[in-house]
Design a protein around this ligand. Structure first.
Ligand code: MNH
Length: 476
């Protein structure tokens, strides 16, 4: 797009662009800092690519207008097509497979459908608790982001495809995870135009080909092992269900792309959100106390509560903690919108059909005009009943917008509230007071180096009862 008149950082260097004072490890945080100086629309040019960033709620509302804009597959998302092809996340809205897959899969992501996944989600949360119990009450600490990633990967694997990565039982990550992590890093570094830098960080093209092949092979095995009519998961739906209107089906290559898409999209973002939520809870005693009060009111002195679906949906404060964490650090920090026709953004910036701009969520979510004078303050009550209605409709968009918004939103929220609720009920968290938040930035955001020691919370002695399973847990 024509960027004359849009502010950009001072000291632009020929060819390299806006690289002064920019650390390649922290592009999102640097952009947040820049945005505070440059205002709600600005550009950055990095290695020849210029990106327009937008964070003003009114301009974002315009970009979110589905009649004038749609998702633009560019930057990091475009690079992922080597891995996920025309899967839901990486498909162009105009690709026929996008709508076909969207319509076939939509029923698998309703709140009602979550009822079906709930028992498996609870089983995985119980696995997390078991692994944390083994480290509680001693000198051990847990790496929060790593363990949340085990939880979310296991959850999408088992609920989506009946596949166990056995994350909690392994010393080293599953080979699929090794290949996926490296392939994602490789994809992300496609935009780096210095091949030797890229090779040093992400390995060779041959390695990348091998990684993608090994991911495909595992997925193909899982699909081949599935007998017709078996299971009630995402895979069963994709194999068995024709489009509700046209009767068309997903082809095998597309199904493979979807499986890989769900594994990638379905775990990194949710695990990051859980990690930030735990980080903020350990820094905000009042929020922690309020969240504790809620889970204690729900599960009281039960030693091993078995949360029901409905109980999880009633943990409203825990949900607010999650919402507020995703306000400050939306783990998918932005999304691109492309113009369907010539438009003028914000009444001042002409965009031609096909031009695109990035909605910069951490800045949108800090706009003082919307969030008040102290947007950095962590306050879950910003999401108390009625509060959202007082804000402009497009001021909070951690799950994206319109028909290309996150299909897994309810899934992520149910999974995360369940796990957060359980660990809040069970453990006292002992953070390292010297830890200052660091963020690992890849395609998504995660806490970096955030560790917790855990203490099992003291509970009143259980009523003596014959054959009570809780009797066995003397350590509680
Ligand atoms: Mn998810 C799209 C954020 C969890 C599967 N997701 C998006 C988009 C955002 C997003 C933002 C839109 C991106 C864009 O416009 O380019 N997603 C999240 C966050 C979490 C999350 C913050 C957790 C917290 N997502 C999940 C889970 C799943 C999932 C869990 C699957 C089980 N997301 C998707 C898919 C898409 C998507 C699939 C693409 C949907 C489409 O375009 O049709």
């Amino acid at each position: 797009m024509d960027t004359t008149g849009i502010p950009h950082p001072p000291r632009r260097v020929p060819f390299l662009g806006d690289v002064l004072g920019v650390n390649p490890r922290t592009p999102v945080r640097d952009t947040v800092r820049l945005g505070r100086e440059l205002g709600p629309i600005f550009t950055r040019k990095v290695m020849g690519t210029e990106i327009v960033f937008v964070s003003d709620a009114a301009m974002v509302a315009q970009l979110n207008d589905e009649t004038k804009f749609t998702k633009h597959v560019g930057l990091g998302v475009a690079n992922l097509r080597a891995i996920a092809g025309d899967g839901l996340f990486t498909a162009h809205t105009s690709e026929p497979n996008w709508r076909l897959a969207h319509d076939i899969l939509q029923p698998a992501f309703t709140l009602e459908a979550m009822r079906g996944y709930h028992p498996i989600m609870a089983e995985v949360a119980a696995d997390l608790v078991k692994s944390w119990d083994a480290k509680a009450n001693g000198d051990d600490t847990v790496d929060v982001a790593a363990d949340m990633t085990k939880l979310t990967l296991e959850t999408i694997g088992r609920t989506g495809f009946g596949y166990r990565f056995s994350s909690f039982e392994r010393e080293r990550p599953h080979p699929f995870v090794v290949a996926m992590t490296r392939a994602l890093r490789y994809a992300q570094l496609q935009s780096v135009r210095l091949p030797f830098v890229r090779r040093a960080i992400a390995g060779t093209a041959a390695q990348n080909q091998a990684d993608i092949r090994s991911m495909n092979d595992l997925v193909d095995e899982v699909i081949a092992a599935r007998r017709p009519g078996e299971g009630e998961d995402l895979l069963a739906l994709m194999l068995a269900s024709p489009h509700p209107v046209t009767g068309e089906r997903l082809d095998p290559v597309n199904i493979r792309n979807q499986v890989i898409t769900f594994i990638v999209a379905g775990h990194e973002t949710t695990s990051g959100a859980l990690s930030f939520a735990l980080y903020y809870l350990t820094r905000n005693p009042r929020a922690l106390a309020a969240a504790r009060e809620e889970v204690d009111a729900m599960w009281g002195d039960q030693l091993d509560p078995e949360p029901t679906f409905t109980e999880v949906t009633k943990l409203r404060y825990v949900r607010r903690v999650l919402d507020e964490s995703m306000r400050l650090w939306p783990t998918a920090p932005g999304y691109l919108r492309g113009a369907r026709e010539d438009v003028v953004l914000g009444g001042r910036y002409p965009m031609r059909k096909g031009d695109h701009a990035l909605v910069m969520l951490p800045l949108l979510h800090r706009d003082p005009a919307v969030w008040g004078p102290d947007p950095e303050a962590f306050d879950p009550d910003r999401f108390a009943p009625g509060e959202a209605r007082k804000r402009p409709a497009h001021a909070y968009k951690p799950f994206g917008t319109g028909e290309r918004a996150c299909i897994g939103r309810q899934f992520a929220i149910h999974e995360a509230v369940l796990a957060l609720g359980l660990v809040l009920h069970r453990y006292e968290f002992v953070p390292d007071p010297a830890y200052e938040l660091r963020i690992a930035e890849s395609l998504t955001l995660k806490t970096d180096g955030f560790r917790l020691a855990l203490r099992l919370r003291a509970k009143p002695a259980p009523e003596p009862a014959a054959n009570s399973s809780s009797q066995r847990r003397k350590d509680y």
